[in-house]
Design a protein around this ligand. Structure first.
Ligand SMILES: Cc1cc2nc3c(=O)[nH]c(=O)nc-3n(C[C@H](O)[C@H](O)[C@H](O)COP(=O)(O)OP(=O)(O)OC[C@H]3O[C@@H](n4cnc5c(N)ncnc54)[C@H](O)[C@@H]3O)c2cc1C
Length: 490
């Protein structure tokens, strides 16, 4: 009889601890759902993070015309303004300076541009809509958003403006912003401009990832892909974060990596427990094809199948399982009323730095401080070469950077701490600050939505002269610096 994998009892115990933790939060989550809470609760005067507050006025913009007129009026009056989509930012990115105006993009009005195909593969849609509604429109047409994030009710404009859109399919399709071909930007004074690699190329490059500092992304043209309904998933449980990631990387960089690989997520620790698992998934057009794919593990996963350090199992899921992920985590997060969400992701352009960061996380943070209040750690990889075919000079969205020479992937790790108000908040802020310092020292970029105190010097260290290009553009479109949350950019 074959010996059981090394440490398999520990892994079973890890899973048991996770199952107990999940069961413990289930009643609160179900009660919250029964009360109709399926979205994070965001109080007035703050955002999802709940750590920043501001006294400000709120105006609803129910259409592009209303938005333009509100912006023009604020410009005449010299008023500070921000725009807000679903308000899921974690560090006050949607909050105007004191006494200013927050313009909420009111998608419920029904007066923003609905999706329409503008070619066989390209969709045009107002960026105030959510990714969930766009995906629901595309699916019956046999198309799909190439990448969906863990949370589907963020707005298209909100995600593009913080520089991301990373999800399980990023391993194959990059970020959501890699799919953008053009957009119309409503400028801080209410004027507007179409932006693409050919037209207003500097605005095209910088308004994505531009934190809502350069204008409001109004209509956007995005690439779509054929909808493939099934995923054959190879799921592995491991005990060690860097060790798990090494195995993932080996699979991704294997010469025989399957062309259908379109799903990767590494998740853990979860819910205060050491439970850690990763999934590699192959897309399929039918359930039968998915079954066939599962029968024999691909050659690129042979080291995983052989490893005595992982416990594996296989499953077929509907490709829309990211909806399930959304429902699971969104309903749990929605039950945490009044909590502070101290979330941030760090992005690395090379694997060695990423691995060193994971070792630091394991040894200096999780081992010493535990992972109390860590709702989950979530990691993705996305191709090192930007996928968009536009001129390389325009590829880089502000505050985002290409992989280092010779690297096939860029890597991210996100820490999602959700903390009840009280004395436990400050220690977690300090933990996240420690992680940020280490990540920055290793050359990582910070995700624009997260909880991060950063200085212009740090931004320059991470992103180089692109920060100054951005600032010059900002001075051009918003000379009085009224527009946006006033990031430490000056
Ligand atoms: C539960 C949860 C899970 C998440 N999971 C993921 C994930 O898996 N992957 C990932 O990549 N991200 C993830 N995020 C981060 C999320 O993508 C960002 O927080 C995103 O900004 C949220 O969109 P929003 O509509 O709430 O934007 P808001 O918070 O409303 O706005 C964010 C920023 O964009 C600006 N802005 C908003 N709309 C526009 C517009 N139309 N034009 C110009 N600027 C605009 C705002 O001024 C602000 O600076 C998650 C967030 C949460 C809360």
């Amino acid at each position: 009889m074959a010996a059981p994998p090394e440490g398999s009892i520990d892994r079973v115990l890890d899973f048991a601890r996770y199952a107990v933790a999940a069961a413990a939060v289930a009643p609160g989550t179900l009660l919250s759902v029964a009360r109709g809470r399926m979205e994070p609760q965001i109080g007035e005067g703050t955002d999802f993070g709940g750590l920043r507050r501001s006294e400000h006025r709120v105006a609803m913009a129910g259409s592009r015309e209303e938005l333009r007129s509100l912006l023009a009026k604020a410009a005449r009056q010299g008023e500070a303004v921000t725009v807000a989509g679903s308000r899921h930012s974690a560090n006050g990115q949607t909050l105007p300076r004191a006494g200013g105006l927050q313009i909420r993009l009111d998608r419920a009005s029904g007066r923003w541009a609905a999706p329409t195909m503008v070619g066989p593969t390209r969709v045009r849609v107002s960026a105030v809509h959510t990714w969930r509604s766009l995906q629901a429109w595309l699916r019956p047409r046999g198309r799909s958003c190439p990448v969906l994030t863990d949370h589907l009710t963020t707005t298209i404009g909100g995600t593009l403006s913080v520089g991301g859109g990373i999800g399980t399919a990023s391993v194959a399709w990059g970020r959501q912003l890699d799919q953008v071909r053009a957009f119309r930007l409503v400028l801080p004074d209410g004027d507007e401009a179409w932006c693409s690699p050919e037209e207003n190329a500097d605005l095209f490059r910088h308004a994505m990832g531009g934190f809502g500092e350069l204008g409001v992304i109004d209509e956007v043209e995005l690439e779509t892909r054929p909808h493939r309904p099934w995923l054959a998933i190879f799921r592995y449980q491991h005990r060690d974060l860097p060790g798990a990631m090494d195995l993932v990387r080996q699979a991704l960089e294997h010469p025989a990596v399957p062309g259908d690989l379109a799903h990767l997520v590494v998740e853990g620790p979860i819910l205060d427990t050491p439970f850690l698992q990763f999934e590699l998934g192959l897309e399929a057009d039918s359930q039968q094809q998915a079954r066939d794919l599962l029968r024999d593990a691909p050659e690129a996963f042979a080291h995983l199948e052989r490893s005595r350090r992982v416990l594996g199992h296989r499953a077929i899921v509907k490709a829309d399982q990211s909806n399930d992920r959304h429902n699971r985590s969104a309903s749990y997060v929605s039950s945490l009323v009044g909590y502070k969400h101290i979330w941030n992701d760090f992005f690395f352009a090379d694997y060695d730095s990423f691995r060193r960061f994971l070792c630091f996380t394991r040894d200096e943070v999780f081992a010493r401080r535990g992972c109390r209040h860590l709702m989950s750690g979530l990691s993705f990889a996305y191709p090192g070469d930007p996928l968009d075919p536009v001129d390389p000079a325009h590829r880089r969205a502000a505050f985002s950077f290409p992989a280092r020479q010779g690297e096939r992937y860029r890597w991210s790790f996100g820490f999602n701490y959700s903390v009840p108000p009280g004395p436990q908040v400050q220690p977690i802020i300090e933990t996240v600050a420690t992680l940020r310092r280490e990540a920055t020292a290793l050359g990582a970029g910070l995700y624009g939505y997260g909880y991060a105190e950063r200085t212009a010097a740090e931004l320059r260290q991470a992103y180089g002269s692109v920060v100054d290009d951005f600032l010059a553009l900002k001075a051009r479109v918003d000379p009085s610096g009224r527009f946006g949350a006033g990031l430490p950019l000056r």
